[in-house]
Ligand binder design. Structure first.
Ligand code: C5P
Length: 264
């Protein structure tokens, strides 16, 4: 299995916690750490939005809304604009189904995909094997596989209501360990747990954080949030940002402000 958490071989890994001054001159790196969630309902709107972000964000995210509307070809179209594409379908099923889904997403050209850590170790290991073997078959690079720990819309009270007595942070650490042991490339957690996740997983793992809100922005349905700069300072390798950019009157300008904030 290639590119496991902590083996340091994964191409483009930028996960080490950095001081604010250390990131100052790394302009391109900052661009490659911003993932814009294109939670839009059709190809035309998504492509139009993506075009405005060329040069500002290195990644776009295709989640359930866009993928279920347009299917795998949207991945190819976004890659054609020069983006890396994160396909966030949060796979959570028996290993056999997840194997098939991972193979098809590898064939579609995903650069990164999500599985739910709560699917268990066998499911996570299957995802890693399936992406590696599919990449060999289709002549592509295996997508990074990152395991969703605790959704950023959940807080401790919501977890308790589901029978989880651990705090969100404790649950994230437990599931991060499971993902690491299964060989995953990284995890998804909120910025609030980025520091403990980084400590648990080491400098080379992907620590992808949604729940990012520039100071003063509406939180919406997110429960565990932080500003872009705080998320990076805590150890996030990649920031997933949706509505603060796509819902802004000028999405390209909003993305530029965030990128600038990260570089200052
Ligand atoms: O619009 P907003 O910035 O809240 O979008 C966050 C994105 O990150 C959404 O596309 C959502 O599906 C995704 N996400 C999340 N929490 C997770 C994993 C992914 O909000 N734990």
């Amino acid at each position: 299995m290639e590119d496991k958490i902590g083996d340091g071989k994964a191409e483009g890994i930028v996960g080490a916690p950095r001081s604010r001054s250390a990131v100052k001159c790394e302009t391109d790196e900052m661009k490659d750490r911003i993932i814009v969630a294109l939670d839009l309902e059709d190809r035309v709107s998504a492509i139009e939005m993506a075009r405005t972000l060329v040069g500002t964000a290195g990644w776009v995210k295709v989640g359930m809304t866009l993928f279920y509307a347009e299917g795998p070809s949207i991945v190819r179209d976004l890659r054609a604009l020069g983006f890396k594409v994160f396909v966030d379908l949060k796979l959570h099923d028996i290993p056999h189904q997840v194997e098939g889904a991972c193979r098809m997403l590898t064939r579609a050209g995903a650069d990164m995909l999500t599985v739910h850590a709560f699917g268990g170790r066998a499911m996570l290991e299957t995802a890693m094997k399936a992406t590696a073997s599919a990449a060999r078959k289709f002549g592509t690079v295996p997508p990074k596989v990152v395991a969703v720990t605790v959704l950023t819309s959940l807080d401790d009270a919501a977890l308790k209501a589901m029978g989880v007595e651990r705090s969100a942070a404790e649950q994230v650490i437990m599931l991060a360990g499971l993902a690491r042991d299964a060989g995953c490339d990284g995890i998804v957690c909120s910025p609030n747990e980025a520091a403990v996740a980084r400590e648990a997983l080491g400098p080379d793992a992907f620590v992808v954080t949604p729940g990012v809100r520039p100071a003063g922005d509406a939180v919406g349905d997110q429960a565990r949030t932080a500003t872009p700069a705080d998320a990076i300072a805590a150890g996030a390798s990649h920031l997933v940002i949706g509505r603060p950019i796509t819902g802004a009157p000028d999405p390209a300008a909003a993305a530029k402000v965030i990128r600038k904030e990260l570089q200052s």
